[in-house]
Design a protein around this ligand. Structure first.
Ligand code: WTA
Length: 653
């Protein structure tokens, strides 16, 4: 975040209480906090018992071997059964699970009964392809119902999915498939984005082209109708397989700690981390938070979370939380501005969306386009708005409430991470008065502290580091294949003080009312449009290009995307004259997009002769950030060569 937005955060004092009607009909009651405070573990056990357990648990938490936790470990559950069969058996099979809208305007309505029937067939397809409990299945799909069906079918048979966001490159698929030794990839021929079909199968083919891949089959959904290459014996059409599949499939019980999914996310090193989530605890917290934070009345609400299923928000708040709660949702394939900039508002009007959950970057981009666009549509069905992914600046918050929420809807600003699995900090909209820019209070049953570097508690108004002080049901269970990195990344920072503190990587401060304000990452992780990117990962993509000698990447404040990727690159000496700086920079921007994905493409690449380094050789990103944000350059006295910054800034003038 830029300094000015942090200032504006800290000066914000307005509070918006819920309307009396909203408060009166609230799903959550204030007693939740008291019950959680009285007996935290019993509180979570009570939430878990809202799910269907094939075998009830008797033990809630085992924390005897921190930081490795188990929750509800002697219980058995089937996650997909909880999201599907349970609702059908309760007589809600005709309820719409998804109003799906394709980008070109095609639509599908999927009821809970239909979704259940499809998932059963696909579960049988997976079994026929030899997928067993614990096997990993990679999913690389657009936002179409088959993406949800695939995830639930994998879950239903106790296998583990690893969804790879459809915007990622072949190289990113390859590293994820290899890291998890996936046996099967589920993809589509292509998907729709900005009025065009983008190929997906081709990227999978490319990713699997190296010999020795663990992948035995590729299951291909027909969506884009674009031409695809075919590897006989390996590739299978989804529709052929599903058509031939047995319709009945009984959901088997799996241990509560059976792995449910791996989701890769950026850390501070070049290699993405495979965050591992398991079944019972994850589903408990996803369902509990979804119901209470979004005040879900499943019989009447239409809920829309705009996240792609390739991100954790799509996992927890499109698939598992809402489906466990029997919600009716909107699922939309495309971009907000195709074919016109009011597409999202048109969808809200069309399906009478009542709960809407999106990211600040989207809100800011709509703000820029002007209120006249949403004002053309009837948004009166909306009664609750949510925000996730990055701090929301008060200006955007107020615009969101006034223009989208008719000046009346509560807004929940939800803080959480891929690692936390579900929402950790948020207002409960019928109970808490909302403060623009603050994520506010820990969820009932969640213990958060703000600590200084030495582990002492920081009191308002000072800022510090955000930690989770007690284990929580949907916490990550580890990093796939790398227990040491799990320990080191999240649990070592405060290991000298008593108790196990999960270090989130975010800075925060608490105000006099006890409300928490998030201040952005404190590590080398950037947040671009609410998506996590690692400076090290982009640097390693850059230096992998033969023209690059050295690279440094920083996240620079950006009005639209929160942060933007800015790179500083030293070319190899034989390259300096081979092309102009502009040509080199264009080539390298395209190279990063190809290597990682378009979201990682740097906004700017500066070709420089030197990089600022300390005497021990560490790049001083803070100084580069000053340059990237157009600020006066800060203290350079610790540089090995203090003239370097002068050279860089002269060159860029
Ligand atoms: C940031 C997304 C401020 C934060 C669910 C966190 C937020 C990272 C908020 C996780 C929020 C997420 N206010 N910052 N409401 N929500 N963040 O893993 O820096 O993609 O550490 O999970 O996003 O990003 P991730």
């Amino acid at each position: 975040m830029s300094n000015s937005s942090i200032d504006s955060l800290q000066n914000e004092t307005r509070v918006f209480p819920p309307s009396p009607e909203f408060a009166a009909n609230s799903v959550a009651d204030a007693g939740l906090y008291a019950r959680a405070a009285e007996n935290r573990l019993e509180f979570w056990a009570e939430q878990a018992r809202d799910l269907h357990w094939h075998k009830p648990f008797t033990e809630t938490l085992d924390w005897s071997n921190p930081p490795f936790a188990t929750w509800f470990a002697d219980g058995q559950i089937n996650v997909a059964y909880n999201c599907l069969d349970r609702h059908v058996l309760a007589g809600n099979g005709d309820r719409v699970a998804f109003h799906w809208e394709g980008e070109p305007g095609d639509t599908r309505t999927v009821t809970y009964a239909e979704l259940t029937a499809e998932v059963k067939k696909v579960a049988n397809v997976l079994l026929s392809l030899g997928i067993e409990q614990g096997d990993r299945v990679a999913i690389y799909l657009p936002v179409i119902p088959e993406a949800v069906i695939a995830m639930l079918a994998v879950a239903r048979i106790g296998a583990v999915h690893s969804v790879v966001f459809g915007g990622f490159s072949a190289e990113s698929i390859r590293s994820r498939v290899d890291d998890a030794s996936a046996k099967l990839v589920i993809t589509a021929d292509g998907g729709w984005r900005k009025g065009k079909v983008f190929p997906l199968k081709a990227a999978v083919d490319d990713a699997l082209s190296a010999p020795g891949s663990s992948v035995e089959h590729v299951l291909v959904v027909k969506r884009g109708e674009n031409a695809v290459d075919w590897t006989d014996g390996r590739d299978l059409w989804w529709h052929d397989q599903v058509e031939a599949a047995e319709p009945e499939h009984e959901a088997e019980a799996f241990d509560a700690e059976n792995p449910l999914f791996i989701l890769y996310t950026s850390g501070t090193t070049g290699k993405p981390k495979g965050i591992l989530h398991t079944s019972g605890g994850y589903l408990t917290q996803a369902a509990f938070t979804h119901k209470n934070v979004f005040d879900l009345h499943p019989e009447t609400d239409v809920y829309w979370c705009t996240a792609d299923v390739g991100w954790i928000t799509g996992h927890s708040y499109v698939v598992y939380g809402p489906l466990a709660n029997g919600a009716t949702q909107v699922l939309y394939e495309g971009t907000p501005d195709t074919p016109h900039p009011g597409r999202w508002w048109e969808i809200i009007e069309k399906y009478k969306v009542s709960i809407f959950y999106t990211a600040p970057t989207a809100i800011r981009s709509f703000m820029k386009l002007g209120r006249q666009i949403p004002q053309k549509f009837d948004l009166s069905s909306l009664r609750l708005l949510g925000s996730v992914g990055e701090p929301i600046n008060p200006e955007a918050w107020i615009w969101y409430r006034d223009v989208i929420g008719a000046g009346t809807t509560p807004i929940v600003d939800t803080w959480w991470q891929t690692e936390t699995g579900a929402i950790m900090i948020s207002a409960l909209p019928g109970i808490t008065g909302a403060k623009p820019g603050s994520a506010q209070v820990p969820m009932p049953g969640i213990k958060i502290d703000i600590l200084s570097e030495d582990g002492t508690r920081v009191d308002p108004p000072h800022g510090g580091l955000l930690v989770v002080s007690e284990p929580w049901p949907s916490m990550l269970r580890g990093i796939w294949g790398d227990p040491d990195r799990y320990q080191e990344t999240y649990w070592s920072k405060f290991s000298a003080i008593e108790g196990n503190k999960y270090f989130a990587g975010d800075g925060a401060h608490v105000d006099a009312d006890g409300d928490i304000w998030l201040l952005g990452r404190v590590d080398d992780v950037m947040n671009v449009s609410g998506h996590r990117l690692s400076t090290a990962e982009i640097e390693s993509a850059l230096v992998a290009n033969p023209i690059v000698a050295e690279a440094a990447v920083v996240g620079a404040a950006d009005e639209a995307t929160g942060q933007a990727v800015v790179a500083f690159v030293i070319l190899k000496s034989n390259q300096a004259d081979a092309q102009t700086a502009d040509e080199a920079s264009a080539l390298l921007r395209a190279h990063v997009a190809k290597t990682i994905g378009a979201i990682a493409r740097p906004r700017e690449i500066f070709i420089v002769a030197e990089l600022p380094k300390t005497r021990s050789g560490k790049i001083m990103r803070r100084l580069l950030q000053d340059v990237a944000e157009g600020r006066e350059i800060g203290d350079t006295t610790t540089l090995a060569d203090t003239s370097v910054m002068q050279i860089i800034s002269d060159r860029l003038k």
